[in-house]
Write a protein that binds this ligand. Sequence first.
Ligand SMILES: NCc1[nH]cc(CCC(=O)O)c1CC(=O)O
Length: 332
Amino acid sequence: MTTPIIAPFPATRLRRLRRTPSIRAMVSEVNLTTDNLIWPIFVTEIAGAEGEIPSMPGVERLTLDGAKRAAERAAQLGIPAICIFPHSDQDLKTETCERAWDPDNIGNLAIRAVKEVAPDLTVMTDIALDPYNANGHDGIVVDGEILNDETVEALVKMALAQADAGADLLGPSDMMDGRIAALRMALESAGHKNVAILSYAAKFASAFYGPFRDAVGASGRLVGDKKTYQVNPANRDEAIRCVARDLAEGADMVMVKPGMPYLDICRAVKDQFGAPTFAYQVSGEYAMLEGAIRNGWLSRDAMFESLLCFRRAGCDGVLTYFAPLVAEALEK
Ligand SMILES: NCc1[nH]cc(CCC(=O)O)c1CC(=O)O
């Protein structure tokens, strides 16, 4: 911690450095650039399911062709990474989740499609069973219990299929114990030693994921809640232990999720570990901001401010549905 030295007024007039845009720019402690953005997209395999997601105005479910166009747009805007979320056929969801590691599931088809048109764009994935699980959970459920070790085995198969499809950055969002070490070891022995892991390390059991569950068609399905594996929003020490554990198991980067109500966690993680730290400005945060902006209750500046504040809180980057809008604005 530095100790600020404040000369008594009027020697110190803090407003001197706020007087003009150029002076303010000179003393801005952090900045938001396109390099700080990861763009999450939804890709559907269901004919007719593409198009706007009502609880996320401005965000669409994409077809494979739509995903390719999004990837080209990201590459052209200089967004470094896109993160693919599958919207899979409801009728093919099972309790055993085997489609999660099908090389031709919609997530893996999307990875290949995106790589075809934008080979240099970093492709991030989500590792959790929920898009393919009949009951909407991230893990395998038997008699109402989310089984940890059986789920980790399934996640390993899922991860290898994603790496085979060409993913650069795997995002385990499942919150099972021991998954990072298992994924890392499996990737190493399968010849994917350069595939990186961005662990959803401090992922909280949050009400802010609602619109996302609409987007991936999990809302009506989820039986119960995710509180037996995601972190209690009250728990900061536990979140720090999660991050420490994931880094010790070999995570290359770590994430805090959700974002805006958890900036204290972002700061603590960055200060404590100095690892590449990301936040996920999740669907509910997007819905709040975009809904208010579209109603004229907030100005578009709120979007930029929300993202800049992640940088101030110590984040290297942010997963945000605003990514293309922000990148377009920053281009000008
Ligand atoms: N594996 C699930 C997953 N991966 C990303 C999100 C949420 C993202 C968002 O709300 O934008 C979720 C939802 C959940 O945990 O239920």
